[in-house]
Design a protein around this ligand. Structure first.
Ligand code: TXA
Ligand code: MG
Length: 335
């Protein structure tokens, strides 16, 4: 199959048409690119799992064209309605009890459904023309780094999907925050652009819930092919000598290209200058966590593509969007 990348202006109508006939298309959202299908058509949704090599036990997020769809697909508590009013359209996904019209393949047979409404104008345009909810996981092969540009989608899914609608780079760069809402309790299942601090205004926030049925519930996820370790390289404003430690990490990793020398190490930098490393990608030179989130996956892809023996990722402060970034780094480092 040939995969076409089409600018949003020309891609919106064909994308809606493909969805209507049960096909799949990659679409930009404000978080990461999604691989969309008609959420009410099980055969169409099956194509998502096939294209991504995604196991059927990992349920999909459903993106609704407007708020009316919330109660058609889910049983929403007052708290869920308030969250939807305050954060939709936007990067918040609500996990709620589902209704009978949701196909089993979407929820992997679970009694809950994950729902959000995207704020991306191109996604909204497609959703409006199509008119039905769109099931869309991130448009990467299973377990790999989520795409934040149309080119990333092609790197992941070329030849497996008919169309990528190019809506430019994603504004947030990390996937939506996912919360399970039980009455007025908000359980965070995945950290993301909407922070615990923001959610706390609307209910009792419970921290990350480690549940195997939950998002990226698997320990390893969002992973580059190159081994990645998280390290603190700066203490009290001073860069720590990392050479000896890096050599040790390298010899432990035993990666094909390892030559036991830090010159084959790439750095995903937060506060280190990068001196001494073969290749440095700065998340944000001004140490802005929003900018860092936007750059995270692109930087991870470039480091991965460079074929280093090892990637060292510096920890970032774990407040605000830092929680989402650290969660991704931990999953990228698990193998
Ligand atoms: O920002 C996003 O959320 C992007 C864009 C495309 O919207 N989508 C996304 O989808 O990240 P995906 O499939 O890559 O990640 C969704 C996660 C999965 O790990 C899945 O396990 C979890 O959401 N999930 C889906 N339905 C669920 C449910 N009913 N209960 C718990 N977790 C669920
Ligand atoms: Mg994903």
């Amino acid at each position: 199959m040939k995969t076409y990348i089409v600018a949003a202006a020309e891609g919106i109508s064909p994308a809606a048409a493909l969805l209507s006939v049960g096909d799949i298309v990659a679409l930009p959202t404000e978080t990461v690119y999604g691989l969309g299908a008609d959420a009410l058509n099980p055969t169409a949704c099956a194509k998502i799992f096939e294209a991504k090599d995604r196991p059927l036990y990992d349920p999909l997020i459903v993106h609704i064209p407007d708020r009316k769809w919330l109660v058609r697909l889910a049983v929403a508590s007052d708290c869920a309605h308030i969250l939807a009013e305050n954060f939709w359209p936007g990067p918040l996904t609500l996990v709620l009890p589902r209704t009978g019209i949701v196909p089993d393949i979407v929820t992997s047979g679970q009694e809950t459904i994950a729902i959000r409404m995207s704020a991306h104008p191109d996604f909204q345009a497609v959703a409006r023309i199509f008119g039905n909810p769109i099931a869309a996981p991130s448009a990467n092969r299973f377990g790999r780094i989520s795409p934040t540009s149309a080119d990333h989608v092609v790197e992941e899914l070329d030849g497996r999907i008919p169309l990528v609608v190019d809506g430019g780079d994603c504004a947030h760069g990390v996937e939506s925050t996912i919360v399970l809402v039980r009455g007025s309790e908000i359980h965070i299942l995945r950290n993301g652009p909407i922070t615990a601090e923001e959610l706390a205004r609307f209910g009792t926030v419970r921290g990350l819930m480690a549940d195997i049925s939950a998002p990226g519930g698997l320990a390893s996820h969002y992973a580059p092919s190159t081994p990645l370790v998280i390290e603190d390289l700066v203490a009290d404003g001073a860069e720590l000598p990392f050479m000896e430690r890096a050599s040790r990490l390298l010899s432990v990793q035993q990666n094909g290209g390892a030559d036991g020398h830090p010159s084959s190490i790439g750095l995903l930098a937060w506060s280190h200058s990068g001196e001494g490393f073969a290749h440095v990608e700065h998340l944000s030179k001004t140490q802005n966590l929003r900018e860092a989130a936007t750059n995270l996956y692109g930087a991870m892809r470039r480091l991965d593509a460079a074929g280093h023996a090892l990637i060292i990722a510096e920890s970032v402060p774990e407040h605000g969007l830092g929680a989402a970034i650290m969660e991704r780094l931990r999953k990228a480092s698990a193998r």
